[in-house]
Write a protein that binds this ligand. Structure first.
Ligand SMILES: [Zn+2]
Length: 575
């Protein structure tokens, strides 16, 4: 249908014969400035195609999603400072009981705050000092009422006691009470999509992170718990249970907080000042010692591009888990079969993925993008996934050079669907679909070509990370930083890739004889303008198409004329 419309435009020009079209070409032929394309009037028939109903298949949010997703007044009136999650996990009964001590600063005077805990778990009591606080539950939200006004600027602390059996839900179950292949206890969490409040009480949103945290987990003697942060010590409680204490020295997302309880064995390594700790099932120790050696090269690559590993005081850990992998902060979980690729497969299908372990390279990349720099709303999660997928390409480039990196990233085109915009609706806990990964990475690869100066590009990436590390940001922050640092207006490019389903299409119209070509972008963003390399590989020439027709002279025929589509994620339509 689309090509039919353009054919009609071109045919329109031909039918006009010696009219408008031929004068256009005559005008073009008379001009000698072949290197700089000159705008010409757009053919009258070239109209913007109707917008696609991008969000037609997104169901409306539920009440629980609204309460989870909105940064409402009872969340906005306070800022988290500290959690101490102190729990006992019973593997037999599959229950958790204990408390989260929550310290926060009031930003406004108020008598009510919102925390979250799934309805499947019981609120035992909420204490403010010795005072039991009243609360109301609504879906997954817990609204807590104070008997007197909490004052702006003051710091308060409450103890939220809870218990129960968390019900498995979501892609990785949220929390699972499993057995390892040898039949021993194996309990793991992965609750990014579902929400951490499926297994512990917290302020379950993305905008506000605690500044630091302690995690204390009591489990039957003989088992090991690996959580986030630095291992502080373990204490025999004398009742058949041992408490494992971990300290997180940095801001952390709720969903990154993790339990890994099993018969783990431990081995360690060091990269400069950074401690590397690995926890695997005993049977996998030998395989892990070989496979996890890749972590050092990964860390070196990402440190090269962005600066030091973000959580040095907490160390870097890889922990075996019964699912593929998850970027739990400083405690990356790993279930990639100790094989290269993704579960042994060539992930991007171009013969490069099998050179490295996809889970080590991808999930650890989130330490920089996702854990250190975090999106302030799940709708902007491409800041985690698009960037980290791009980081895979950077790892390939660091190890094997630019050509392989471009090839690796181009292999991701086959995974993009272009059915919905990458940025989902904000404020309703809506997560973008899979395009945020591959299309996000391809957009960044495209921007590199737009900047067209690798030294500048590397400085831009490094500066961007350093500027926003440990912060929670939105897409607008990314775009304004890029605009400011490059001096370019990249907003229409970001908007086209992130806020519309379709990618830009370069329309090329050739005459009957070689000599010139007309070109423009077809894009949803009216002001979309992006330079692009065209012509012959190795002798690319940069043109600056907009959404208005321009022309250039070329000795190349329609078949010979190429567009550098591995450097720019665009469609091309030659007519
Ligand atoms: Zn990821």
């Amino acid at each position: 249908m689309r090509s039919f419309i353009l054919r009609a435009i071109w045919c329109g020009l031909l039918v006009l014969g010696l009219g408008a079209a031929s004068s256009l070409f005559a005008q073009a032929a008379q001009q000698t400035t072949s290197q700089t394309a000159t705008p010409v009037a757009a053919p009258a028939t070239a109209q913007k195609p109707p917008a696609k109903p991008n969000d037609a298949i997104v169901p409306p949010p539920t009440r629980a999603e609204m309460l989870r997703g909105a940064y409402g007044p009872y969340r906005a009136n306070n800022k988290l400072i500290y959690y101490h999650l102190d729990i006992r996990v019973d593997p037999e009964k599959q229950t958790i009981s204990g408390k989260n001590t929550i310290r926060f600063r009031m930003l406004k005077d108020g008598t009510r705050i919102q925390l979250d805990l799934f309805e499947t778990l019981k609120v035992d009591k909420i204490l403010w000092g010795a005072t039991a606080l009243k609360y109301e539950r609504d879906s997954g939200a817990v609204f807590i009422n104070f008997p007197q006004t909490l004052r702006a600027g003051r710091v308060y602390s409450i103890d939220f006691y809870y218990s129960g059996h968390p019900v498995e839900t979501g892609r990785f179950g949220g929390i699972t009470f499993k057995k390892d292949p040898a039949g021993r206890v194996w309990i793991n969490t992965a609750c990014e999509e579902t929400g951490a409040s499926m297994w512990w009480p917290n302020k379950d949103q993305w905008r506000d992170e605690v500044e630091s945290m302690e995690i204390s987990v009591a489990i039957p003697n003989g088992l090991v718990d690996v959580s986030n942060g630095k291992f502080i010590g373990k204490t025999d409680l004398g009742d058949g249970y041992t408490r494992w204490d971990w300290k997180v020295h940095y801001p952390i997302n709720n969903y990154d907080v993790s339990l890994n309880i099993g018969s783990y064995v431990h081995f360690a390594d060091q990269l400069g000042d950074l401690s590397l700790d690995y926890y695997v099932l005993p049977e996998d120790l030998d395989k892990a010692k070989v496979q996890f050696a890749q972590a050092k090269g990964m860390l070196e690559a990402y440190q090269h591009y962005f600066g030091p590993y973000p959580f040095v005081k907490d160390g870097y850990k890889l922990i075996e888990a019964p699912y593929a992998g998850m970027e739990h902060q400083s405690a990356v979980t790993y279930g990639n079969l100790f094989k290269n690729g993704y579960l042994g497969r060539d992930w991007t299908g171009v013969g490069i993925s099998l050179r490295f372990d996809f889970i080590i390279i991808h999930e650890s990349g989130h330490e920089w993008f996702g854990n250190s720099i975090t999106a302030a709303d799940p709708a902007d999660m491409w800041i985690h996934e698009g960037w980290t997928t791009y980081l895979e390409g950077l790892y390939v480039e660091y190890r094997w050079g630019k050509e392989d990196a471009i090839k690796y990233l181009s292999g991701e085109k086959a995974k993009v669907k272009n059915q919905r915009p990458i940025i989902a609706e904000r404020g309703v806990n809506a997560e973008p679909d899979q395009d945020q990964y591959f299309k996000g990475a391809l957009m960044l690869n495209t921007l590199r070509s737009v900047v067209n100066d690798d030294a500048k590009w590397w400085a831009l990436l490094h500066g961007f990370y350093q500027h926003f590390k440990y912060q929670n940001i939105l897409t607008e922050d990314v775009v304004s930083y890029f605009n400011q640092q490059t001096g370019m207006n990249l907003t229409p490019i970001f908007d086209q890739y992130l806020r519309h389903a379709q990618i830009p299409r370069l329309e090329l119209l050739f005459g009957e004889e070689p000599g010139m070509v007309m070109y423009k972008w077809r894009a949803d963003e009216e002001k979309f303008a992006m330079p692009v390399r065209v012509g012959t590989p190795g002798e690319w020439r940069i043109i600056h198409p907009t959404t208005q027709w321009q022309w250039m002279k070329t000795p190349l025929s329609k078949d010979e004329f190429q567009v550098a589509t591995e450097l720019y994620y665009v469609e091309v339509n030659k007519q």
